[in-house]
Design a protein around this ligand. Sequence first.
Ligand code: NAD
Length: 331
Amino acid sequence: MAILITGVAGFIGAPVARALLDRGETVLGIDNLNAYYPVALKRARLASVIGPHPAFRFVAADFADRAALDEALSGTVIDRIVHLGAQAGVRHSIDAPRDYAHSNLVGHLEILELARRHRVRHLVYASSSSVYGDAARLPLTAEDRTDWPLSFYAATKKANEVMAESYAQLYGLPMTGLRFFTVYGPWGRPDMALWRFAERIFAGLPLPIYNQGRMQRDFTYIDDIVAGVIAALDRPPADNGAVKPGGSTSRHALYNLGNDRPEELRRLVALVGTAAGREPILDYLPMQPGDVTATWADIGPARRDLGYDPATPLDVGVPAFIDWFRGYAGV
Ligand SMILES: NC(=O)c1ccc[n+]([C@@H]2O[C@H](COP(=O)([O-])OP(=O)(O)OC[C@H]3O[C@@H](n4cnc5c(N)ncnc54)[C@H](O)[C@@H]3O)[C@@H](O)[C@H]2O)c1
């Protein structure tokens, strides 16, 4: 029996695969290695984070393409799915909404159909804190309304949750949606603030600071997220008709995976400067469309049900990222 991981060459997918292999699971990983950011980084994650492993098989395939997905699975029996593949990034969704419709809407449907056909024991899928939009009340809880997305990316993540709910209702499929809050750390994504700050500070270039750096984010370290994904995978929602986090009475739960510690962007910048040993030059810019002012996760339900316990503060995680970045980028 294998676990299917989609987006396995991604920032979160690669270390999740590694952790599952480390505990003796068999993993089939799928990724289409698209060029949203450098493919070399995705290949390097496959080689270095996962590495060659007898219990790991990688297939380069588009999960929105049903035939390609069926072919990727031929000869493998899967009993659980960790669906992390998606077109990510808030800002890119303003320029290229169709990429999001393809991977996040059509692709999500194909994964739901796959889960139904294979009658999997559990489908864990990635949602996002962006579903909350610019909420009036913090911290954000899974029961808050999420009907006012600020970006098309957020709209597709909200759609993922309601599509999953319909499959939970129709077919009793056990599913857990995880709303990740600004994940950062080694092997991260070049389109995210921390990488862009690191790249520019080492090049002696000014850092773009939107909204005076006053936006707050509940930054969550990659190791904590990996532990949360695996804890969720091991605990499919019960078939008991009880109300689950997020409000479903079917086998479908929604959890925030954050750090419960919102930090201003300007603190992130200061930590990058200290870790890099350089004084940041700041380029103040207005707030960008699609951006929310603040995120802060209520992680009470994840602590209670999953034993999720994020342990990495920003002043530990940022130097760990910068150390890794120096080696990777050769700076
Ligand atoms: N990193 C964060 O801060 C964050 C926050 C909230 C939600 N998320 C969600 O978590 C998940 C993982 O994010 P990540 O940061 O690892 O992103 P990532 O872009 O590094 O990884 C996603 C992977 O999916 C692959 N992919 C995209 N479309 C595909 C398709 N149609 N077929 C096959 N592979 C495809 C990409 O090539 C990529 O390697 C995504 O669903 C993302 O939306 C991430």
